[in-house]
Design a protein around this ligand. Structure first.
Ligand code: HSE
Length: 438
Protein backbone atom coordinates (compact mmCIF):
# COMPACT_ATOMS: atom_id res chain seq x y z
CA UNK A 1 0.00 0.00 0.00
CA UNK A 2 1.20 3.54 -0.75
CA UNK A 3 2.47 5.49 2.29
CA UNK A 4 0.13 8.08 3.77
CA UNK A 5 1.31 11.59 2.87
CA UNK A 6 1.51 14.19 5.61
CA UNK A 7 1.75 17.95 5.13
CA UNK A 8 3.32 19.89 7.99
CA UNK A 9 2.46 23.48 8.83
CA UNK A 10 5.37 24.85 10.84
CA UNK A 11 8.92 23.57 11.12
CA UNK A 12 9.87 25.03 14.50
CA UNK A 13 10.60 23.11 17.70
CA UNK A 14 7.65 20.70 17.52
CA UNK A 15 7.67 20.50 13.71
CA UNK A 16 11.39 19.63 13.72
CA UNK A 17 10.81 17.05 16.47
CA UNK A 18 7.97 15.50 14.48
CA UNK A 19 10.16 15.12 11.37
CA UNK A 20 12.92 13.53 13.47
CA UNK A 21 10.65 11.08 15.30
CA UNK A 22 8.78 10.03 12.16
CA UNK A 23 12.05 9.43 10.30
CA UNK A 24 13.90 7.69 13.13
CA UNK A 25 11.02 5.37 14.06
CA UNK A 26 9.56 4.95 10.55
CA UNK A 27 9.65 1.16 10.56
CA UNK A 28 8.10 0.69 14.00
CA UNK A 29 5.48 3.32 13.23
CA UNK A 30 4.55 1.61 9.93
CA UNK A 31 4.20 -1.72 11.75
CA UNK A 32 1.82 -0.05 14.19
CA UNK A 33 -0.16 1.98 11.66
CA UNK A 34 -0.37 -0.74 9.01
CA UNK A 35 1.05 1.66 6.40
CA UNK A 36 4.09 3.83 5.91
CA UNK A 37 3.74 7.50 6.89
CA UNK A 38 5.80 10.15 5.11
CA UNK A 39 6.07 13.88 5.54
CA UNK A 40 6.07 14.96 1.92
CA UNK A 41 5.22 18.68 2.18
CA UNK A 42 5.94 21.36 4.77
CA UNK A 43 5.38 25.08 5.11
CA UNK A 44 7.74 27.36 7.05
CA UNK A 45 8.14 31.13 7.23
CA UNK A 46 11.83 30.88 6.29
CA UNK A 47 12.64 27.78 4.28
CA UNK A 48 16.41 28.40 4.36
CA UNK A 49 16.69 28.56 8.15
CA UNK A 50 18.99 26.11 9.99
CA UNK A 51 16.77 23.49 11.68
CA UNK A 52 16.91 20.69 14.21
CA UNK A 53 15.74 18.27 11.50
CA UNK A 54 16.83 17.15 8.05
CA UNK A 55 14.25 18.24 5.46
CA UNK A 56 15.59 16.11 2.58
CA UNK A 57 12.71 14.63 0.61
CA UNK A 58 10.20 17.19 1.92
CA UNK A 59 8.81 19.72 -0.52
CA UNK A 60 9.12 23.09 1.27
CA UNK A 61 7.04 26.21 0.72
CA UNK A 62 6.49 29.52 2.48
CA UNK A 63 2.78 29.36 1.71
CA UNK A 64 0.87 27.14 4.16
CA UNK A 65 -2.27 27.30 1.98
CA UNK A 66 -0.33 25.39 -0.68
CA UNK A 67 0.01 22.49 1.76
CA UNK A 68 -3.65 22.41 2.83
CA UNK A 69 -4.76 22.51 -0.83
CA UNK A 70 -2.27 19.95 -2.13
CA UNK A 71 -4.26 16.99 -3.51
CA UNK A 72 -1.55 14.51 -2.48
CA UNK A 73 -1.63 15.47 1.20
CA UNK A 74 -3.90 13.15 3.25
CA UNK A 75 -3.22 14.52 6.74
CA UNK A 76 -2.39 18.12 7.66
CA UNK A 77 -0.37 18.58 10.87
CA UNK A 78 -0.80 22.11 12.20
CA UNK A 79 2.09 23.29 14.37
CA UNK A 80 2.22 27.03 13.75
CA UNK A 81 0.32 28.03 16.93
CA UNK A 82 -1.87 31.08 17.44
CA UNK A 83 -5.54 31.06 16.63
CA UNK A 84 -6.20 33.24 13.61
CA UNK A 85 -4.09 31.96 10.68
CA UNK A 86 -4.16 28.48 12.24
CA UNK A 87 -7.98 28.57 12.33
CA UNK A 88 -8.16 29.61 8.69
CA UNK A 89 -5.77 26.85 7.65
CA UNK A 90 -7.47 24.13 9.68
CA UNK A 91 -10.94 25.08 8.38
CA UNK A 92 -9.57 25.13 4.84
CA UNK A 93 -7.93 21.73 5.31
CA UNK A 94 -11.21 20.28 6.62
CA UNK A 95 -13.09 21.82 3.73
CA UNK A 96 -10.60 20.16 1.37
CA UNK A 97 -11.38 16.79 3.01
CA UNK A 98 -8.05 16.47 4.87
CA UNK A 99 -7.69 14.97 8.32
CA UNK A 100 -6.02 17.31 10.80
CA UNK A 101 -3.61 16.77 13.69
CA UNK A 102 -2.83 19.80 15.82
CA UNK A 103 -0.81 20.66 18.94
CA UNK A 104 -2.60 23.99 19.22
CA UNK A 105 -4.35 24.34 22.58
CA UNK A 106 -5.53 27.93 22.04
CA UNK A 107 -7.10 26.93 18.74
CA UNK A 108 -8.98 23.96 20.19
CA UNK A 109 -10.00 25.68 23.46
CA UNK A 110 -11.36 28.75 21.64
CA UNK A 111 -12.60 27.35 18.33
CA UNK A 112 -12.86 23.59 18.88
CA UNK A 113 -16.70 23.49 18.85
CA UNK A 114 -16.77 25.06 15.38
CA UNK A 115 -13.83 22.97 14.11
CA UNK A 116 -15.33 19.66 15.29
CA UNK A 117 -18.73 20.49 13.80
CA UNK A 118 -17.10 21.20 10.41
CA UNK A 119 -14.99 18.02 10.65
CA UNK A 120 -18.01 15.91 11.53
CA UNK A 121 -19.90 17.29 8.54
CA UNK A 122 -17.00 16.45 6.23
CA UNK A 123 -16.34 13.04 7.83
CA UNK A 124 -12.71 13.90 8.69
CA UNK A 125 -10.82 13.55 11.96
CA UNK A 126 -9.24 16.30 14.04
CA UNK A 127 -6.80 14.96 16.62
CA UNK A 128 -5.25 17.11 19.34
CA UNK A 129 -3.41 14.94 21.90
CA UNK A 130 -0.33 17.19 21.80
CA UNK A 131 -2.42 20.23 22.77
CA UNK A 132 -2.54 19.16 26.44
CA UNK A 133 0.45 18.20 28.59
CA UNK A 134 2.84 17.59 25.66
CA UNK A 135 3.91 13.95 25.57
CA UNK A 136 1.49 12.64 28.25
CA UNK A 137 -1.34 10.77 26.47
CA UNK A 138 -3.92 12.37 28.75
CA UNK A 139 -6.61 12.97 26.11
CA UNK A 140 -6.56 9.30 25.14
CA UNK A 141 -6.50 8.22 28.79
CA UNK A 142 -9.62 10.20 29.69
CA UNK A 143 -11.46 9.82 26.40
CA UNK A 144 -10.87 6.11 25.96
CA UNK A 145 -9.18 4.57 29.00
CA UNK A 146 -11.62 6.04 31.53
CA UNK A 147 -14.78 5.91 29.45
CA UNK A 148 -16.47 3.57 31.94
CA UNK A 149 -16.24 6.19 34.71
CA UNK A 150 -18.09 9.22 35.86
CA UNK A 151 -15.22 11.65 36.30
CA UNK A 152 -15.54 13.44 39.63
CA UNK A 153 -12.68 15.91 39.29
CA UNK A 154 -9.32 16.44 37.69
CA UNK A 155 -6.40 18.64 38.67
CA UNK A 156 -3.20 19.19 36.76
CA UNK A 157 0.13 20.92 36.57
CA UNK A 158 -0.27 21.66 32.90
CA UNK A 159 2.16 24.49 32.30
CA UNK A 160 5.81 23.47 32.46
CA UNK A 161 7.16 27.03 32.47
CA UNK A 162 5.13 28.01 35.55
CA UNK A 163 6.10 24.82 37.35
CA UNK A 164 9.77 25.39 36.53
CA UNK A 165 9.56 28.92 37.98
CA UNK A 166 7.88 27.79 41.23
CA UNK A 167 10.34 24.90 41.63
CA UNK A 168 13.41 27.06 41.14
CA UNK A 169 12.04 29.73 43.52
CA UNK A 170 11.53 27.06 46.18
CA UNK A 171 14.71 25.02 45.71
CA UNK A 172 17.24 27.66 44.78
CA UNK A 173 15.66 30.90 45.97
CA UNK A 174 15.95 32.23 42.41
CA UNK A 175 14.06 35.27 41.18
CA UNK A 176 10.96 34.98 39.07
CA UNK A 177 12.26 36.96 36.06
CA UNK A 178 15.57 35.12 35.95
CA UNK A 179 13.90 31.67 35.84
CA UNK A 180 11.37 32.81 33.23
CA UNK A 181 14.24 33.95 31.00
CA UNK A 182 15.83 30.49 31.26
CA UNK A 183 12.50 28.79 30.38
CA UNK A 184 12.30 31.02 27.29
CA UNK A 185 15.85 30.12 26.27
CA UNK A 186 15.04 26.41 26.66
CA UNK A 187 12.06 26.82 24.30
CA UNK A 188 9.38 25.92 26.89
CA UNK A 189 7.65 29.28 27.22
CA UNK A 190 4.89 30.52 24.92
CA UNK A 191 5.68 33.20 22.32
CA UNK A 192 3.99 35.56 24.80
CA UNK A 193 5.18 34.29 28.20
CA UNK A 194 2.32 36.04 30.04
CA UNK A 195 0.25 33.11 28.71
CA UNK A 196 2.39 30.85 30.91
CA UNK A 197 2.65 32.93 34.08
CA UNK A 198 -0.91 34.31 34.07
CA UNK A 199 -2.48 30.87 33.62
CA UNK A 200 -3.94 31.42 30.14
CA UNK A 201 -2.02 28.53 28.57
CA UNK A 202 -3.11 26.25 31.44
CA UNK A 203 -6.72 27.46 31.05
CA UNK A 204 -6.66 26.51 27.35
CA UNK A 205 -5.55 23.00 28.32
CA UNK A 206 -7.95 22.74 31.27
CA UNK A 207 -10.88 23.77 29.06
CA UNK A 208 -10.09 20.84 26.75
CA UNK A 209 -9.67 18.36 29.62
CA UNK A 210 -12.94 19.44 31.27
CA UNK A 211 -14.87 19.00 28.02
CA UNK A 212 -13.70 15.45 27.47
CA UNK A 213 -14.06 14.57 31.15
CA UNK A 214 -17.60 15.91 31.61
CA UNK A 215 -19.02 15.88 28.09
CA UNK A 216 -19.61 19.62 27.80
CA UNK A 217 -18.85 22.02 24.92
CA UNK A 218 -15.53 23.89 25.09
CA UNK A 219 -16.03 27.10 27.10
CA UNK A 220 -12.66 28.77 27.48
CA UNK A 221 -14.27 32.18 28.03
CA UNK A 222 -15.76 30.93 31.33
CA UNK A 223 -12.48 29.63 32.77
CA UNK A 224 -11.13 31.52 35.80
CA UNK A 225 -7.42 32.32 35.57
CA UNK A 226 -5.04 33.64 38.16
CA UNK A 227 -1.28 33.79 37.61
CA UNK A 228 1.77 33.13 39.76
CA UNK A 229 3.33 36.57 39.53
CA UNK A 230 2.21 37.60 43.03
CA UNK A 231 3.62 34.51 44.77
CA UNK A 232 6.60 35.51 46.92
CA UNK A 233 9.47 33.40 48.20
CA UNK A 234 8.01 33.96 51.71
CA UNK A 235 4.72 32.35 50.65
CA UNK A 236 6.63 29.39 49.25
CA UNK A 237 8.55 28.90 52.52
CA UNK A 238 5.56 29.52 54.86
CA UNK A 239 3.57 26.96 52.87
CA UNK A 240 6.44 24.51 53.29
CA UNK A 241 6.50 25.16 57.06
CA UNK A 242 2.82 24.21 57.17
CA UNK A 243 3.39 20.99 55.18
CA UNK A 244 2.27 22.26 51.77
CA UNK A 245 3.72 23.02 48.33
CA UNK A 246 2.46 25.79 46.07
CA UNK A 247 1.65 24.60 42.56
CA UNK A 248 -0.04 26.38 39.66
CA UNK A 249 -2.99 24.03 39.22
CA UNK A 250 -5.82 23.73 36.76
CA UNK A 251 -8.81 22.28 38.59
CA UNK A 252 -12.14 21.12 37.18
CA UNK A 253 -14.71 19.49 39.42
CA UNK A 254 -18.29 18.42 38.86
CA UNK A 255 -20.51 19.58 41.73
CA UNK A 256 -24.27 19.49 42.20
CA UNK A 257 -24.46 23.15 41.14
CA UNK A 258 -22.23 22.94 38.06
CA UNK A 259 -18.67 22.49 36.87
CA UNK A 260 -15.70 24.34 38.32
CA UNK A 261 -13.13 25.48 35.76
CA UNK A 262 -10.26 27.34 37.39
CA UNK A 263 -6.51 27.91 37.17
CA UNK A 264 -4.73 29.45 40.13
CA UNK A 265 -1.78 28.97 42.50
CA UNK A 266 -2.79 26.27 44.97
CA UNK A 267 -1.43 24.90 48.23
CA UNK A 268 -1.41 21.10 48.16
CA UNK A 269 -0.24 18.73 50.89
CA UNK A 270 3.43 17.91 50.30
CA UNK A 271 2.77 14.17 50.72
CA UNK A 272 0.70 14.02 47.51
CA UNK A 273 2.65 12.65 44.55
CA UNK A 274 1.57 15.59 42.40
CA UNK A 275 3.08 18.01 44.92
CA UNK A 276 6.45 16.50 44.04
CA UNK A 277 6.21 17.08 40.30
CA UNK A 278 9.01 19.55 39.72
CA UNK A 279 10.74 21.54 37.01
CA UNK A 280 9.12 21.61 33.58
CA UNK A 281 7.35 18.30 34.13
CA UNK A 282 3.55 18.08 33.92
CA UNK A 283 1.12 15.81 35.76
CA UNK A 284 -2.63 15.34 35.71
CA UNK A 285 -4.61 13.69 38.48
CA UNK A 286 -8.00 12.33 37.38
CA UNK A 287 -10.52 10.91 39.83
CA UNK A 288 -13.12 8.57 38.36
CA UNK A 289 -15.93 6.99 40.38
CA UNK A 290 -14.93 3.46 39.41
CA UNK A 291 -11.15 3.69 39.14
CA UNK A 292 -10.46 6.21 41.94
CA UNK A 293 -7.57 8.66 41.61
CA UNK A 294 -5.16 8.09 38.70
CA UNK A 295 -2.02 10.12 38.00
CA UNK A 296 -0.40 10.78 34.62
CA UNK A 297 3.11 12.25 34.59
CA UNK A 298 5.63 13.24 31.93
CA UNK A 299 7.20 15.96 29.84
CA UNK A 300 4.67 18.68 29.03
CA UNK A 301 6.75 20.47 26.41
CA UNK A 302 9.83 20.13 24.24
CA UNK A 303 10.43 18.97 20.67
CA UNK A 304 10.32 15.18 20.86
CA UNK A 305 7.94 14.76 23.85
CA UNK A 306 5.36 16.86 21.99
CA UNK A 307 6.22 15.10 18.71
CA UNK A 308 5.50 11.80 20.48
CA UNK A 309 1.86 12.89 20.90
CA UNK A 310 1.64 14.38 17.38
CA UNK A 311 2.92 11.16 15.78
CA UNK A 312 0.58 9.01 17.91
CA UNK A 313 -2.32 11.09 16.60
CA UNK A 314 -1.12 10.62 13.02
CA UNK A 315 -0.98 6.86 13.62
CA UNK A 316 -4.51 6.92 15.07
CA UNK A 317 -5.79 8.80 12.03
CA UNK A 318 -4.08 6.37 9.64
CA UNK A 319 -5.57 3.38 11.47
CA UNK A 320 -9.04 4.91 11.27
CA UNK A 321 -8.83 6.01 7.61
CA UNK A 322 -11.00 3.14 6.46
CA UNK A 323 -13.49 3.29 9.35
CA UNK A 324 -16.98 4.71 9.02
CA UNK A 325 -16.90 8.38 10.19
CA UNK A 326 -19.98 7.77 12.37
CA UNK A 327 -18.17 5.07 14.32
CA UNK A 328 -14.95 6.82 15.27
CA UNK A 329 -14.00 7.96 18.78
CA UNK A 330 -15.88 11.27 19.22
CA UNK A 331 -13.71 14.40 19.33
CA UNK A 332 -14.86 15.35 22.83
CA UNK A 333 -15.24 11.77 24.12
CA UNK A 334 -19.05 11.98 24.24
CA UNK A 335 -21.20 11.77 21.08
CA UNK A 336 -21.60 15.27 19.60
CA UNK A 337 -25.39 15.20 20.10
CA UNK A 338 -25.00 14.01 23.70
CA UNK A 339 -23.01 16.92 25.14
CA UNK A 340 -24.59 18.34 28.30
CA UNK A 341 -25.48 21.92 29.18
CA UNK A 342 -24.28 21.65 32.80
CA UNK A 343 -23.23 25.23 33.64
CA UNK A 344 -19.68 26.34 34.43
CA UNK A 345 -19.75 27.78 37.96
CA UNK A 346 -18.77 31.36 38.67
CA UNK A 347 -15.89 31.66 41.16
CA UNK A 348 -18.30 33.12 43.75
CA UNK A 349 -19.91 29.69 43.96
CA UNK A 350 -16.68 27.70 44.32
CA UNK A 351 -15.79 26.31 47.76
CA UNK A 352 -12.16 25.86 48.81
CA UNK A 353 -9.96 26.18 51.86
CA UNK A 354 -7.52 29.12 51.97
CA UNK A 355 -4.02 30.22 52.91
CA UNK A 356 -4.08 33.90 53.96
CA UNK A 357 -1.07 36.12 54.64
CA UNK A 358 -1.35 39.64 55.97
CA UNK A 359 0.97 42.31 57.32
CA UNK A 360 -0.35 43.49 60.69
CA UNK A 361 0.65 46.08 63.28
CA UNK A 362 2.43 44.27 66.08
CA UNK A 363 0.12 45.37 68.93
CA UNK A 364 -2.48 43.73 71.24
CA UNK A 365 -5.93 42.90 69.87
CA UNK A 366 -5.10 42.75 66.14
CA UNK A 367 -5.45 39.01 65.84
CA UNK A 368 -8.77 39.19 67.71
CA UNK A 369 -10.08 41.75 65.19
CA UNK A 370 -9.09 39.58 62.25
CA UNK A 371 -10.51 36.36 63.68
CA UNK A 372 -13.76 38.18 64.49
CA UNK A 373 -14.19 39.18 60.83
CA UNK A 374 -13.55 35.59 59.78
CA UNK A 375 -16.00 34.27 62.38
CA UNK A 376 -18.66 36.76 61.25
CA UNK A 377 -18.34 35.29 57.74
CA UNK A 378 -18.64 31.71 58.94
CA UNK A 379 -14.98 31.02 58.22
CA UNK A 380 -13.29 28.53 60.48
CA UNK A 381 -9.51 28.72 61.05
CA UNK A 382 -7.39 25.58 60.82
CA UNK A 383 -3.93 26.97 61.70
CA UNK A 384 -2.23 30.30 62.47
CA UNK A 385 1.42 31.28 62.54
CA UNK A 386 2.84 34.70 63.25
CA UNK A 387 6.26 35.84 62.11
CA UNK A 388 7.78 38.45 64.42
CA UNK A 389 8.83 41.79 62.89
CA UNK A 390 12.39 41.82 61.62
CA UNK A 391 14.83 44.75 62.04
CA UNK A 392 13.17 48.18 62.05
CA UNK A 393 9.83 46.84 60.82
CA UNK A 394 6.95 47.28 63.24
CA UNK A 395 4.68 44.83 61.45
CA UNK A 396 4.27 41.10 61.76
CA UNK A 397 3.30 38.63 59.06
CA UNK A 398 0.26 36.61 60.08
CA UNK A 399 -0.39 33.41 58.14
CA UNK A 400 -3.65 31.50 58.46
CA UNK A 401 -5.10 28.37 56.96
CA UNK A 402 -8.90 28.16 56.87
CA UNK A 403 -11.36 25.34 56.42
CA UNK A 404 -13.54 25.24 53.29
CA UNK A 405 -15.53 28.38 52.59
CA UNK A 406 -17.58 29.78 49.74
CA UNK A 407 -15.39 32.12 47.65
CA UNK A 408 -17.96 34.90 47.92
CA UNK A 409 -17.78 34.84 51.74
CA UNK A 410 -13.99 34.88 51.61
CA UNK A 411 -14.00 37.88 49.25
CA UNK A 412 -16.26 39.81 51.66
CA UNK A 413 -14.13 38.85 54.66
CA UNK A 414 -10.88 39.86 52.92
CA UNK A 415 -12.22 43.27 52.00
CA UNK A 416 -13.29 43.84 55.66
CA UNK A 417 -9.86 42.69 56.92
CA UNK A 418 -8.10 45.00 54.46
CA UNK A 419 -10.12 47.93 55.79
CA UNK A 420 -8.89 47.39 59.37
CA UNK A 421 -6.40 50.09 60.50
CA UNK A 422 -4.02 47.47 61.84
CA UNK A 423 -3.75 45.63 58.52
CA UNK A 424 -1.35 47.06 55.99
CA UNK A 425 -1.30 46.27 52.26
CA UNK A 426 -3.45 43.70 50.53
CA UNK A 427 -4.14 40.30 52.03
CA UNK A 428 -2.45 37.52 50.01
CA UNK A 429 -4.77 34.59 49.47
CA UNK A 430 -3.97 31.25 47.92
CA UNK A 431 -6.60 28.54 47.55
CA UNK A 432 -5.90 25.10 48.99
CA UNK A 433 -6.85 21.64 47.72
CA UNK A 434 -6.39 18.39 49.60
CA UNK A 435 -6.76 16.34 46.37
CA UNK A 436 -7.93 13.42 48.47
CA UNK A 437 -9.83 10.65 46.73
CA UNK A 438 -13.41 11.87 47.40
N1 HSE B 1 4.44 26.94 27.27
C1 HSE B 1 3.94 25.63 27.48
C2 HSE B 1 4.46 25.13 28.83
C3 HSE B 1 4.40 24.72 26.36
O1 HSE B 1 5.37 25.75 29.40
O2 HSE B 1 3.95 24.15 29.34
C4 HSE B 1 3.63 23.45 26.25
O3 HSE B 1 2.27 23.65 26.01
Amino acid sequence: MEPVQVGLLGLGTVGGGTVNVLKRNAQEIARRAGRGIEITHAAARDINKKRICDTDGIQLTVDPFEVVSNPYVDIVVELIGGDSLALELVMQAIDNGKHVVTANKALIAKHGNEIFAAAQKKGVMVAFEAAVAGGIPIIKAIREGLSGNQIKWLAGIINGTGNFILTEMRDKGRDFADVLKEAQELGYAEADPTFDVEGIDAAHKLTILASIAFGIPLQFEKAYTEGITTITRDDVSYAEELGYRIKHLGVSRKTEKGIELRVHPTLIPERRLIANVDGVMNAVLVNGDAVGPTLYYGAGAGDEPTASAVVADVVDVVRALTSDPENRVPHLAFQADALSDTPILSMDDVETAYYLRMNASDKPGVLAEVTKVLGDHDISIEAIIQKEPEGEKKEASVIMLTHQVLEKNMNDAISKIESLDAIHDQVTRIRMETLSSD
